[in-house]
Design a protein around this ligand. Structure first.
Ligand code: SF4
Length: 419
């Protein structure tokens, strides 16, 4: 049994049950979804087909993919890659088409990001920038394991959280370095080969970089058997950990001799329905951020309307689809009744049993930090940490509602070690 399998956290039945697929892929006992998508052939010419035809093909092939996923989950063989184009490439081509009238997220800006013209709420064109990437040892134990979560931080965001702890990344669209899909694929390849348990797509928010991420995943499922020297040199520039390529562990990165890794979507979940349809085919485990209640807090604190509707719709989809996930809820000062309570109540009603991290790490940053240059006095009420009483109240609410929060939330204090 591997070190990852031996993590004590799997002894919690709620966690083992909720993350069974992710765990099997992380352990290379099963192929990741992108490998299964690579085995499903398409029957139309991808470059010549209009976008509606591409969508029709996704709709036709998704049940085929899901049937194959269910069989593989039960132990059926993966089968060979499709001889020509596959569902995996179809996803990449389709997302590239979407970029020309961008509807990746709920803003639905419909701007052409391939032209040097009008920009949407994320302020991005077609380029993708990575701020940094590394073995992340601060994520939940199920994700950081012993060798870290392979986390790639993208710049810019589609929300404007005044207290953002990654404000240097999310509010600066020019942060980091421009990456191609191939460079991004090389970064993911490196992280997994160095032992990371997953590829953790995050930002800012990853949704606004959907085109580059999906293309990178298609490359990982296709011809990136081994990156070349130029690929590696380009990819290493923004890497900010001290794990070196000399420690490559291919035995921990392959299923049936081909590259394998669970894809983790670490997002604010302000995605469009179309983005969700594509990601369903590629993402093995989801890490949604669900912090704002149904009132106006998301507007006043993050200048983003319709977050409650969007996040709950997308979470409900994950429930209907039977996906692996854990939910993060950030407890915010003074927001127990308006945000924490309705969020936990919604989870208890609609997703009972899903592990929830009730996070007590709020600290005033960005526009809420009175000592910082960007401080905005309109956010004075957010310029403090949560009190112990507020955190206790959040946990008491989770407890009384029967939310499965305890193991994920308290695992660090229980072990008092970074495993
Ligand atoms: S990613 Fe979202 S915010 Fe950015 S242009 Fe597309 S729809 Fe607008």
């Amino acid at each position: 049994m591997s070190e990852f399998e031996q993590l004590w956290v799997w002894s919690d039945p709620a966690i083992a049950e909720s993350l069974g697929w992710y765990r099997a892929v992380a352990e290379n006992r099963r192929p990741a979804k992108f490998r299964i998508a690579r085995s499903v052939p398409v029957t139309l010419s991808l470059e010549a087909a209009p976008e509606e035809a591409l969508w029709a093909e996704v709709e036709r092939l998704t049940p085929v993919f899901l049937a194959r996923l269910a069989a593989v989950r039960e132990g059926a063989p993966l089968g060979p890659p499709a001889p020509g184009a596959s569902l995996l490439e179809l996803c990449a081509v389709l997302v590239r088409r979407m970029l020309a009238h961008c509807n990746f997220c709920r803003w639905d800006c419909e701007v052409d990001r391939t032209a040097n013209g009008k920009l949407g709420a994320c302020k991005l064109g077609a380029q993708t920038r990575v701020s940094t990437y590394f073995h992340h040892h601060g994520e939940e134990l199920v994700y950081r394991g012993r060798h870290g979560s392979g986390t790639i931080f993208f710049t810019s965001c589609n929300m404007r959280c005044a207290f953002c702890q990654n404000g240097d990344i999310s509010t600066d669209k020019d942060n980091g370095v421009v990456v191609s899909a191939r460079t991004l694929a090389t970064m993911a390849w490196l992280l997994r080969m160095e032992g990371c348990h997953n590829i953790n797509w995050v930002g800012g928010d990853p949704t606004i970089h959907l085109h580059t991420i999906v293309e990178a995943i298609a490359i990982l499922g296709g011809d990136l058997a081994k990156p070349g020297r130029v690929d590696l040199e380009t990819a290493l520039a923004p890497k900010s950990d001290h794990v070196f390529m000399s420690l490559l562990r291919p035995e921990a990165a392959c299923f049936e001799s081909a590259f394998n890794v669970p894809m983790l979507w670490n997002s604010n979940f302000f995605m469009s329905a179309e983005a969700m349809k594509i990601l369903r085919i590629l993402i093995d485990v989801w890490l949604p951020d669900f912090k704002f209640g149904p009132g106006r807090c998301a507007v006043t604190l993050a200048r983003t309307p319709r977050t409650w509707e969007t996040v709950t719709e997308n979470l409900a989809l994950l429930g209907d689809w039977g996906e692996d996930l854990t939910v993060r809820h950030l407890v915010m000062p003074g927001h127990i009744d308006c945000c924490t309570r309705p969020v936990l109540e919604w989870i208890a009603e609609h997703m009972p049993g899903v592990p929830v991290n009730v996070m007590d790490q709020y600290r005033p940053e960005n526009f809420c930090d009175p000592r910082g240059p960007k401080y905005d006095p309109r956010h004075a009420a957010m310029a403090r940490r949560c009190t112990a009483a507020e955190v206790r109240e959040a946990c008491r609410l989770a407890e009384s509602l029967g939310v499965a929060y305890e193991t994920i939330t308290h695992e660090k204090s229980r072990t008092r070690l970074w495993l």
